[in-house]
Design a protein around this ligand. Structure first.
Ligand SMILES: *Cc1c(COP(=O)(O)O)cnc(C)c1O
Length: 361
């Protein structure tokens, strides 16, 4: 095989990043292990318990239970599955803001629950009145996002918890991306702040672990046990994961990254990323673009389609929000120099265009 993976020096659109060196090393060492078979691969199973303990301390959960999943998608599907299986209604529904990740569409499809999608407010957070109007006796789960994929917004989690409890529903928090930056902010997002039942929190995003390393956390064993099935041909007696054979590389690299970086390393990274996001937002604003205020290290700005396409043609890996804004995620590999070079390219394009390019939407 001749192929090489892409370099990260022009990647501005990814929610993943280069693994930390210790995470890369751990991933390589544990490549040939399978935590899905703990009777055969005991050392990686022990590491998985450490991973869950550390995720618990990051997310304010004293006696954490959960597992290292393939990613936020699996964690979200499993959270919906727990809620559906505990629901008394024959036609359970799940209520979430329109800002929630598309993985919940997959969950609803697979699990046969009704998805009720409510609007967000002017600040891109779940509209609480709309959530209140949507829940009923058949609501099994209310979902809040702590760090939305498009604008990095944090839903009002304690209020969503109150609404969920008022109809006997569970509360799931999707912190797949935000979980490793939110501990250094004033947001109320975790198990200590609200009656959170389950959470998605991914080491393979801001946690700097190798892919695949997602995290599912549950408030108590009985919630996780909803997922357990018997495993006749394995020494262990039951399995709660969606996948069977799993990556021990993901588990080991998650532990290595968290041991190395929690909390000080992650805190430094958050400060660096947030400063970069503010710098970029400021640079875009000065050039006359409408920018969505980066409350977490994620910047969205209204850049004309033609400019966007020209930047892509220059090799910048950038993406757009559903409404067409340029979206840049200030992940750990994104440096100030990269952003300055990106703005430099943008300026050269604008000079060439000589007259301001009108937005084509
Ligand atoms: C990335 C992301 C997901 C999906 O996680 P994968 O690891 O890609 O499966 C879910 N929710 C949020 C908020 C995300 O940012």
């Amino acid at each position: 095989m001749q192929s090489e993976p892409q370099a990260f020096d022009r990647v501005l659109s990814s929610m993943c990043t280069e693994p930390h060196p210790v995470a890369r090393d751990a991933a390589e060492r544990f490549l040939a292990t399978n935590p899905g078979d703990p009777g055969t691969y005991p050392s990686v199973s022990a590491l998985e318990e450490e991973a869950i303990a550390m995720l618990g301390s990051i997310a304010g959960l004293e006696e954490p239970t959960g597992y290292i999943a393939s990613g936020g998608t699996e964690a979200n599907i499993q959270a919906v599955r727990i809620a559906r299986d505990r629901a008394e209604s024959q036609r359970p529904n799940v209520v979430m803001p329109e800002s929630a990740h598309f993985s919940f569409q997959k969950a609803a499809d697979i699990l046969g629950v009704e998805l009720r999608i409510v609007p967000t407010d002017d600040n891109f957070r779940a509209d609480l009145e709309a959530v209140r109007a949507s829940v009923d006796e058949a609501t099994a789960l209310v979902i809040g996002v702590a760090g939305t994929t498009e604008y990095g917004r944090v839903d009002p989690i304690p209020e969503l918890g109150e609404i969920a409890r008022s109809v006997g529903a569970m509360l799931h928090v999707d912190a797949a991306w935000g979980g490793f930056v939110l501990p250094f902010t004033d947001y109320e997002w975790n198990f200590e702040h609200a009656p959170v039942d389950t959470m998605a929190i991914d080491p393979h995003k801001m946690g700097q672990a190798a892919v695949p390393a997602g995290g599912l956390l549950a408030r108590s064993d009985d919630l996780l046990n909803e997922l357990a099935v018997d495993t006749p041909y394995l020494e262990s007696t039951s399995q709660a994961t969606l996948t069977g054979t799993r990556s021990g590389a993901g588990v080991a690299s998650a532990v290595a990254a968290m041991e190395e970086l929690w909390p000080e390393g992650y805190k430094r990274q958050y400060v660096r990323s947030q400063n970069n996001a503010k710098w970029l937002a400021d640079a875009l604003e000065k050039r006359g673009y409408d920018v969505v205020d980066p409350t977490l290290p994620l910047v969205a700005a209204d850049v004309p389609r033609s400019t966007f396409d020209a930047l892509r043609a220059k090799g910048w890996r950038i993406s757009r929000t559903a409404t067409g804004e340029l979206r840049i995620v200030c992940m750990p590999h994104v440096t100030r120099e990269m952003l300055a070079s990106f703005i430099g390219d943008l300026d050269r394009l604008e000079v060439r265009a000589s007259v301001p390019v009108a937005s084509d939407d």
